[in-house]
Design a protein around this ligand. Structure first.
Ligand SMILES: NC(=O)c1ccc[n+]([C@@H]2O[C@H](COP(=O)([O-])OP(=O)(O)OC[C@H]3O[C@@H](n4cnc5c(N)ncnc54)[C@H](O)[C@@H]3O)[C@@H](O)[C@H]2O)c1
Length: 424
């Protein structure tokens, strides 16, 4: 055998030996999960960032859909920058869903569109990440539970606090008895003017927004018809036609995570009160800027919720008040534990407990990444969903109860057997 031949065969053998190391990589690349985005506004844009940051090697974005051209183009540009390829763009979400190559859709549109879009996505055979609240009414959420359960598809609801390391730690601490008996949670969210001085929730309206680049009819969807109105389109949270206001936007996160930490499900009753007190000047908002809601559970448990948009001194968070200690999770990034003082004479087992302070700046980002990754893992059969549709509906029920109580000025009672609410 000549030296050349022997060298060539050596090279060949080396290549064969190296092959198995490359094959799984190639396969993995071919198996990238294919994603479509419906709604690429504030949240959709952020979710795309988090999906790329936390699962970039596992996914590829094939299509993006939005009814405002500015947000649609921004999403398309992001895919081009990150993946160096062109995503298809859609104004009609049904056309995106008709692409058989898309396996998963992320839906981050206004609340009133969640129900029809999730139903259509399931019908088209997609797995779904649907932002909270699950749906605009309790009844629509119940329909979604049925649809998900007959679809065989994975649906993750965007209550990402359940994937937040601090809340997971808080749950463990509570279950280990650190705070003793707990019958009472105080939850709050305080905000003021936006950083540009605009009234709370009066988010920026793009300068170029016009009927030519903003499909108002598709935005309205099942909502009552109104003429083109930029405030309603870009500040939809402020109007009952598209939103349940504070209750379904902010409160749902907080009752949801209180339930998670404390091992609860749904409240039995809710009363709520408040009003539009702070932002009244030339402001046609429907939803209150001031809201308090009180929840009673069937097992001696109470949530005291308050939200005000005129003072942001206290930020937001939940305080789990046990007879032996207090656990607080603040702004999704700080966990505090303080043992009860018992007027200076604590029992020895409580005196032995030290204070805890943990600060994890920006801890919502890894939480959202983990929440998205959990959906991919569930689709791959490697994990259970952290916030499946039933859990998302539990969160939404608390929110809807507060809106119903506020708008009707009545106590709302949840009948968990009948899966219906009543007024008393
Ligand atoms: N989990 C969280 O912490 C969190 C935070 C913020 C928002 N959200 C949720 O995300 C959702 C979106 O909120 P946002 O703040 O991004 O609102 P947004 O107004 O910034 O974005 C909504 C986007 O949907 C688009 N859109 C409207 N109608 C559409 C249609 N028919 N088809 C396709 N696109 C359409 C709009 O053009 C806009 O780009 C809401 O459900 C909200 O509650 C969740």
């Amino acid at each position: 055998m000549s030296e050349t031949v022997s060298r060539r065969s050596l090279v060949k053998r080396a290549a064969v030996a190296a092959a198995p190391a490359f094959v799984p990589n190639l396969l993995a690349q071919n198996k990238k999960m294919t994603v479509g985005f419906i709604g690429t506004g504030g949240r959709g844009n952020y979710l795309m960032d988090r999906l790329y940051a936390g699962s970039g090697e596992r996914i590829t974005v094939l299509g993006v859909c939005d009814t405002y051209a500015g947000n649609l183009n921004r999403a398309k540009d992001k895919v081009a920058t990150v993946e160096n390829k062109s995503a298809k763009t859609y104004i009609d979400y049904l056309q995106l869903l008709a692409d058989p190559n898309i396996q998963v859709v992320v839906i981050a549109t206004p609340e009133h569109l969640h129900h029809e879009m999730t139903l259509a996505a399931l019908k088209a055979g997609k797995h779904v990440y649907i932002e909270k609240p699950l749906a605009q009414t309790i009844e629509k959420g119940e329909e979604l539970i049925k649809a998900v359960n007959t679809s065989g598809k994975k649906v993750q609801v965007g209550t990402q606090n359940r994937s937040n390391s601090l809340y997971i730690m808080a749950k463990t601490m509570v279950s280990q008895g650190l705070i003793g008996e707990c019958h009472y949670v105080r939850a709050f969210w305080y905000r003021a003017a936006l950083t540009n001085g605009a009234p709370a929730w009066r988010y920026n309206i793009p300068a170029d927004a016009a009927p030519e680049n903003t499909d108002y009819g598709r935005f309205l969807g099942p909502a009552p018809k109104t003429p083109f109105n930029k405030n309603r389109y870009f500040q939809w949270r402020l109007y009952w036609d598209y939103s349940g206001g504070i209750s379904t936007d902010l409160l749902v996160h907080q009752t949801d995570i209180s339930n998670f930490v404390m091992g609860k499900t749904v409240p039995k009753t809710c009363v709520a009160s408040g009003g539009v007190y702070r932002w009244t000047d030339n402001d046609d908002r429907d939803v209150p800027d001031t809201l308090s809601a009180l929840y009673e559970y069937s097992d001696k448990f109470h949530i005291n919720y308050s939200c005000y948009f005129g003072n942001d001194e206290f930020g937001y968070g939940e305080q789990f008040c046990g007879n032996e200690g207090t656990l607080q999770v603040l702004n999704r990034q700080t966990l505090l534990f303080t043992p009860q003082k018992f007027a200076g004479k604590p029992p020895a087992h409580v005196a032995a407990r030290s204070e805890v302070k943990l600060d994890l700046r920006g801890n919502d980002n890894p939480a959202v990444e983990a929440h998205l990754r959990n959906l991919l893992d569930a689709i791959d059969g490697k994990a259970q969903l952290v916030a499946p549709v039933e859990v998302g509906q539990m969160a939404a029920i608390s929110g809807h109860m507060a809106t119903l109580a506020y708008r009707n000025n009545k106590m709302v009672v949840w009948d968990d057997k009948a899966r219906k609410y009543n007024f008393v």
